[in-house]
Design a protein around this ligand. Structure first.
Ligand code: PLP
Length: 356
């Protein structure tokens, strides 16, 4: 039995793997693989259409919000967003919450001025900075709703920041109910919570586009992708297909509200266990803990290796902390069952008893 706590690419529902593998050999009884059909054929077009429609439905998006599946991962959005939204002499407001926010900030600086609305750098990114200073003239405010490496998450979204709101939701996309229409741009690499690597979800309020005066290369201009129905060029067909299957699965689970309930149960079980065992410590401020990526360390770092070995023997995969943080990190994405969390917390309790 394997318990997959990988941070990304990460666990997906078994049903998705089964359907995806069938489609490689014979897509919808056509005798053709999904990998050898034209993207503009009546075979693939419904896949793209359904994937986009499912996002609209699951996030209850209004008519102004367009859904795109683009290449390049979330990291491409770090530059594509300021290229489309930020004039050279204007300000973009960014929150500085960890590794991913900082990567977004670095790219934005290539296109205009960046002002930091709030930072948790002083706490080593173990908290969320809720006291924000957002210039009213800013082109937008950028937040990273879930910092995958630091293990923090915005539990209150600054919807009323007074400027367009842009969010990197790569590691908590579709894991909880939010007021999605209040965001002007949402982006997420698919490989954490909604599919295979190679495709990037972008939800954009079309009213914020067309306001920069630079010339945007064709392939990087959101408006072109919207006009072409997210088929400006060959989309990553297989990754879009896997995303569609994952979205179908999510809908069958009861949608975002239902999965949020499950995610809350998993996070509660994990953090309650963590807080009850003095052998382990959680460095993140309790109220800012991520329900997707939980970071923890040992009171005595000398015991980390031993615990790691035990976990490995019991089939726990991907629990090692990010190389920049150390300790442990477990990711509890949508597809992870509470049984896997229980298996891990049982090991933690056993270990604590032995060492206590
Ligand atoms: C993984 C991750 C990224 C980077 O995604 P790529 O698809 O690898 O570019 C960006 N932001 C967050 C929050 C992430 O977790």
């Amino acid at each position: 039995m394997v318990h997959n706590f990988n941070a990304g690419p990460s666990i997906l529902p078994k049903e998705v793997f089964e359907q995806a593998s069938k489609a490689i050999l014979d897509f919808n009884n056509t005798g053709l693989s999904i990998l050898e059909i034209g993207h503009r054929t009546p075979l693939f077009q419904p896949v793209m259409d359904e994937a986009r429609a499912l996002v609209k439905e699951l996030m209850q998006l209004d008519a102004d919000h367009e859904v795109l599946f683009l290449h390049g991962g979330a990291s491409t959005q770090f530059m594509q967003i300021p290229m489309n939204l930020l004039n050279e002499n204007d300000i973009a407001s960014y929150t500085e919450t960890g590794t991913w926010a900082n990567k977004a900030i670095r790219e934005a600086k290539l296109f205009g001025h960046v002002e930091i609305a709030g930072s948790s750098k002083d706490s080593d990114y173990t908290s969320i900075p809720y006291n924000l200073t957002v210039p009213p003239t800013a082109a937008y405010l950028h937040i990273t709703t879930n910092e995958t490496i630091a293990g923090t998450q915005w539990h209150t979204i600054p919807y009323d920041c007074g400027v367009p709101l842009v969010a990197d939701m790569s590691s908590d996309i579709l894991s909880r109910q939010l007021e999605f229409n209040k965001f002007d741009l949402i982006y997420a690499g698919a490989q954490k919570n909604m599919g295979a690597a190679g495709v990037n979800l972008v939800v954009v309020n079309k009213n914020i586009l067309g306001k920069v005066n630079r010339t945007i290369p064709t392939i990087l201009d959101y408006r072109n992708h919207i006009a072409e129905g997210s088929m400006l060029n060959t989309p990553p067909v297989f990754a879009v297909y896997v995303a569609m299957l994952t979205l179908q699965w999510l809908k069958e689970q009861g949608g975002v509200t239902a999965i949020e309930k499950k995610n809350n149960e998993k996070a509660t079980l994990f953090y309650n266990t963590l807080d009850a065992l003095p052998v382990f410590k959680g460095p993140v401020a309790k109220e800012d803990r991520s329900k997707m990526n939980a970071v923890f360390i040992m009171d005595n770092p000398g015991l980390e290796k031993e615990f790691q070995e035990i976990c490995k023997k019991e089939g726990m995969v991907g629990i090692k902390g990010h190389r920049s943080v150390g300790g442990f990190r477990i990711s509890m994405y949508n597809a992870l069952t509470i049984d896997s969390v229980k298996a891990l917390t049982d090991l933690m309790k056993e270990f604590a008893t032995k060492k206590g």
